[in-house]
Write a new protein. Structure first.
Length: 60
């Protein structure tokens, strides 16, 4: 699978991050609590989620 994804110019990690990002956008628009979003996306806590979101959005 890794070889096939590499041929497509992506990776499993990139696909998972893309999925998490799209779900995050949907849940933020639904006004779900950030702690619940973190749990739904499989992050250990809201701080880990916040760091990932910061990296996605470029906010510093």
């Amino acid at each position: 699978m890794q070889r096939r994804l590499a041929e497509e110019g992506t990776s499993l990690r990139a696909l998972i991050e893309s999925y998490r990002h799209s779900v995050m956008d949907h849940l933020l628009h639904a006004k779900i609590k950030k702690s619940r979003i973190a749990e739904t996306l499989g992050y250990a806590d809201s701080t880990t989620y916040w760091r990932a979101r910061r990296n996605w959005t470029g906010d510093r």
